[in-house]
Design a protein around this ligand. Structure first.
Ligand code: BES
Ligand code: MN
Ligand code: ZN
Length: 496
């Protein structure tokens, strides 16, 4: 998909589809003119209440008597309420409509608008993201691929000549979207084709293609030397050996930001086995690790002056004669002992080692990303990432990044009173609480393993996978948190 920026009008646009942003309430002058050219079909549809310009509204017209073959009106709501994510969503809807109809050359004015506190470059980037993200398909295992041609060319129309630098914003959107789509691919693969070893291979080939990323993989022997009792225990039940993948991108000198990603390539629950219904979903339990690798890829591709270290504890959680069991007591790398009362609360056990390992690298900040708790969808539903942590500054910045990227986060408390929930009779802590505050208990459990390093925990359990098409996330793996982290890292640079 190529995106170019031109000065042009509705009347001169060519190609297969003209996607026009339709605001709610009043039609601006150029839209009135277009309506007349279309024999007042738009105003008639508005009068019949078939379309009002609300976000999600769409009206498709064929053979309109213009140089372009089809026209699609896409609602964007009231101009004064317009947000960057609404623009991204409108672009996503237009792109999907074009792709579904096999329309390969698209012109659109969606990027030519004002959003408060937002630069034209950010808007162009968001439109590019909308196009690339919404048209994702995972067809590796289909003998018959969807025959419809992909969108080949996108023309962003501007009423005034767009400044030269704006084209770079579209390119930036493409680079970030490419990373998100890679994360989606990793997550979409069946777990038998995306084992811990496969994840390590993916990290290595990403690094090899870029040359600026260094990857180290610690196998079982190294994990033993490092005394990573959590990763070893969870990985013990599987014939697929566990590993710790460490990927470093050094875009500048100085202390790194560590990104820790839960990488459970399949979560059966282990001996505390999950019900069969829906267990297939648990191939997405490595979404945190995928997000971390994709963020490192995007940062390297953009040459961001940041120092990042990705830490991925990778395991398959299986029941077997060798598997760890309820009642077992583990010793994590930090020395803290953990009573396992449920082998399905495995993510926190591997993250315990990974967080401690990350802390030994003396980073200025640790952010972990994990599909940690089913309770996350009870607490915040599938519209937010649950966030907890010890760095007020980083959490505020992530909140802001969430609003702008549409990957919104919502903070939950880590009050010390919750610590009682994981007190153990036999060890320093236990890996589950009672039925209450499941997502918070996850955060409370992880907290000591980050030591004194400022830390943020992102629970993506309810957003990693979507059951229905969203404007720019087709049903399936979302590749969530990549754009969130990228925006966060870029903003952090601005503040230095
Ligand atoms: N990977 C799951 C969390 C999960 C569940 C993500 C459903 C997405 C959808 C995690 O390892 C898990 O099983 N958590 C348990 C924790 C419990 C035993 C304290 C859960 O949420 O049930
Ligand atoms: Mn589990
Ligand atoms: Zn899990």
């Amino acid at each position: 998909m190529k995106i170019r920026l031109v000065r042009g009008s509705y009347e001169t646009a060519r190609g297969d589809l003209l996607a026009v942003a339709l605001p709610e309430k009043r039609l601006p002058a150029p839209l009135k003119k277009l309506d007349r050219r279309l024999g007042n079909l738009l105003s008639a549809a508005i009068r019949r209440k078939e379309i009002a310009g609300k976000p999600g509204d769409m009206l498709y017209l064929s053979a309109p008597g213009l140089p372009v073959k089809h026209v699609l009106f896409v609602g964007i709501g009231k101009p004064e309420d317009l947000t960057l994510d609404r623009v991204r969503q409108a672009a996503g809807r237009a792109a999907r409509a074009a792709q579904d109809r096999g329309l390969a050359r698209v012109s659109t004015d969606i990027a030519d608008r004002a959003v408060k506190e937002t630069s034209p470059a950010e808007i162009v980037q968001a439109v590019a993201e909308g196009f690339h993200l919404s048209t994702y398909r995972f067809e590796k295992y289909k003998s018959k691929k969807n025959g419809k041609p992909p969108i080949g060319q996108v023309t962003l129309l501007f009423s005034k000549t767009p400044p030269r630098g704006l084209a770079g914003a579209a390119e930036r959107g493409r680079t970030i979207a490419r990373a998100v789509l890679w994360a989606r691919d990793l997550i979409s693969h069946p777990s038998s084709d995306m084992t811990p070893r496969d994840m390590a291979g993916e990290a290595r080939s990403m690094a090899r293609r870029r040359g600026k990323v260094a990857v180290r993989v610690f196998g079982r022997d190294a994990l033993r030397r490092l005394k990573m009792g959590g990763i070893l225990a969870v990985g013990r039940g599987s014939d697929e050996p566990p590993c710790l993948i460490v990927a470093e991108y050094r875009g500048r000198k100085g202390r790194p930001v560590a990104l820790v990603g839960k990488t459970v390539t399949f979560d059966t629950g282990g001996i505390s086995i999950k019900p069969s219904a829906g267990m297939d979903q648990m191939k997405d339990d490595m979404s945190g690790g995928a997000a971390v690798l994709a963020t490192i890829q995007a940062a390297a591709d953009l040459g961001l002056p940041v120092h990042l270290i990705g830490v991925l504890p990778a395991v398959e959680n299986m029941p077997s004669g060798k598997a760890y069991k309820p009642g077992d007591v583990l010793k994590s790398m930090s020395g803290r002992t953990i009573e396992v009362l449920n082998t399905d609360a495995e993510g926190r056990l591997i993250l315990a080692d990974a967080l401690h390992y990350a802390a030994t690298l003396k980073p200025e900040l640790i952010v972990d990303v994990a599909t940690l708790t089913g309770a996350c969808s009870v607490a915040v539903g599938n519209r937010a990432i649950a966030m907890m942590g010890t760095s007020r500054e980083a959490m505020d910045a992530l909140k802001e990044a969430g609003e702008r990227t549409g990957e919104r986060v919502w903070e939950l408390p880590l009050w010390e009173e919750y610590e009682d929930l994981i007190k153990s009779d036999v060890a320093d802590c236990k890996n589950i609480g009672d039925r209450s505050a499941g997502t918070i208990v996850g955060g409370i459990f992880l907290k000591p393993f980050a030591g004194k390093v400022p830390w943020v925990h992102l629970d993506i359990a309810s957003t990693a996978w979507t059951e229905k098409d969203l404007p720019y996330v087709p049903k399936g793996s979302a590749g969530i948190a990549v754009r969130l982290l990228m925006h966060f890292l870029e903003k952090r640079l601005g503040r230095r």
